[in-house]
Write a protein that binds this ligand. Structure first.
Ligand code: PGA
Length: 218
């Protein structure tokens, strides 16, 4: 199984999300493979809209980009895992942008991860290198070197495999790579057979570019 995770970050409004879905789904409808899972990670308000539109596609799932450390209750502005459980199958945690701009450390990430797991949401755990903590309950580990995120400097295949070997994950979580993945550079990654999927930022914003990345795995 190969996982293709579209991390939209803080992009797209309702109209743009609908447009993206119309184009992507019109192409994706032709895909028969059971070896591909597409995961869309939009901003919170778009989750229910997308959920409705993908209900006919068993291999397209949803991820939240965050979750609260708090449960339901008086925590203005927070979105607890129990609310997200109805909408998202996965949650992205530990992304460098959360660590950098929102000062999330291992303790916060682990609390969020536990809240997600308790509510049946599978954690997609991002790490920057082999020193970041990996919680046993992570569904997958995403190696995202900071130098590769949004820069066009995608990491070499050799370095990614080296990190994978150092993490000694087997037979634990799946191993995903993220950082400037696009339709032009994805094939060598797929060829190794050692990378279980990709977390895709910029190239996922355009439905055709994203589809072309998915198509490379067919
Ligand atoms: P990028 O983002 O594909 O634009 O490098 C990846 C990510 O931050 O998840």
């Amino acid at each position: 199984m190969k996982y293709f995770i579209a991390n939209w970050k803080a992009n797209k409004n309702i109209e743009e999300a609908n447009e993206w879905l119309t184009i992507f789904l019109s192409k994706y409808t032709g895909i028969k493979s059971n070896e591909i899972t597409v995961i869309i990670a939009p901003p919170y308000p778009l989750l229910p809209i997308i959920k409705n539109k993908i209900s006919m596609y068993p291999n397209i799932l949803l991820a939240s980009q965050d979750v609260s450390v708090y449960p339901t209750g008086s925590f203005t502005g927070e979105v607890p895992a129990s609310t997200l459980a109805e909408l998202a199958n996965f949650v992205i945690l530990g992304h460098n942008e959360r660590r950098q701009y929102f000062h999330e450390d291992t303790d916060i990430i682990n609390k969020k991860l536990s809240a997600a797991v308790q509510n049946g949401i599978a954690p997609i755990l991002c790490i920057r290198d082999d020193k970041d903590f990996i919680h046993d309950d992570a569904f997958c580990v995403v190696y995202e070197p900071v130098s590769a995120i949004g820069t066009g400097n995608n990491e070499s295949v050799d370095k990614i495999i080296e990190i994978r070997n150092r993490l000694k994950l087997l037979p634990g979580p799946k191993f995903i790579y993220g950082g400037s993945v696009d339709a032009k550079n994805v094939r060598p990654y797929l060829k190794t057979g050692e990378i279980d999927g990709f977390l895709i930022g910029k190239a996922s914003l355009d439905p055709i570019s994203f589809y072309q990345i998915v198509e490379a795995a067919l």
